[in-house]
Design a protein around this ligand. Structure first.
Ligand SMILES: CC(C)(COP(=O)(O)OP(=O)(O)OC[C@H]1O[C@@H](n2cnc3c(N)ncnc32)[C@H](O)[C@@H]1OP(=O)(O)O)[C@@H](O)C(=O)NCCC(=O)NCCS
Length: 215
């Protein structure tokens, strides 16, 4: 007999707007959700339908709490999401992945623990996403793309084949990245940009063709 996976606990950041999106996807996917963790809502409070606050984010440091659940970092804040992942890992806990049933994921793609794929997201043949990546609504990640930990793809963005995104790269709403390019660690691609060259680590680019943002 195959054991069913441990139930999910969704860790919320701030007001929990992104967490609502994540919880709806989990519900539609038929995943078992034990509850949520929040620093802004009291324990026991209801959250988004039938879900309930189990306690604060300090529970992520509690090994016994982590023993029989999987934590999903349910925040759009990249820094907070990454820190949740680090804490859970350090405590030996498990991360839980949520894939919206209306996303399309190639059977040959690899999706790391703690990732979230939203409605309409497409992940193509041979793509590999590391832990805690986020592919937002109607974004597409084409064949053989490679993401390091914590990469975030905004709604409607389009990544052609063989694009590499290093850790914590952020691709804005509706941006397009041409094939074979590398987006460096922590780089930001602005909404609507068309990226035609590699983007160095830490750089923000905007426009068509994308150029470094000059302030
Ligand atoms: C690129 C970005 C990160 C810059 O943010 P910021 O550092 O706060 O920059 P500002 O808003 O202060 O804008 C600085 C300048 O860049 C321009 N600019 C900002 N974003 C731009 C974009 N996407 N494309 C073209 N120009 C842009 C602004 O008009 C401004 O120009 P100005 O000085 O001539 O008025 C941000 O605008 C962006 O595109 N974020 C992505 C949002 C997104 O995808 N959200 C979905 C989340 S799931």
């Amino acid at each position: 007999m195959i054991a069913s996976p441990a139930p999910l606990v969704v860790a919320i950041g701030g007001s929990g707007r992104h967490a609502r999106v994540v919880l709806e996807a989990a519900d539609l996917a038929g995943l078992s959700v034990r509850g949520v963790l929040s620093d802004t809502l009291p324990a026991g409070a209801p959250f988004f339908g039938s879900h309930r606050v189990l306690g604060g984010l300090d529970r992520l440091h509690d090994r016994s709490f982590l023993e029989d659940c999987r934590i999903h970092p349910g925040t759009g804040d990249q820094v907070l999401r990454r820190s949740m992942v680090e804490v859970v890992r350090a405590q030996g806990g498990q991360l839980g992945t949520i894939v919206h049933p209306a996303s399309i994921v190639s059977p040959s793609a690899g999706i790391g623990a703690g990732a979230f794929l939203a409605a309409g997201a497409i992940v193509g043949v041979g793509a590999v996403l590391a832990e805690a990546c986020l592919v937002n609504t109607a974004a597409s990640v084409d064949h053989d793309c490679r993401f390091d930990v914590g990469v975030c793809i905004g709604p409607g963005a389009r990544l052609a084949g063989h694009v590499s995104c290093e850790a914590d790269a952020f691709i804005g709403l509706g941006a397009c990245i041409l094939q074979n390019l590398r987006i460096g660690c922590g780089a930001v691609v602005g909404a609507g940009a068309v990226v035609t060259r590699d983007v160095p680590a830490g750089q923000t680019v905007v426009g068509c063709p994308a150029r470094p943002l000059v302030r």
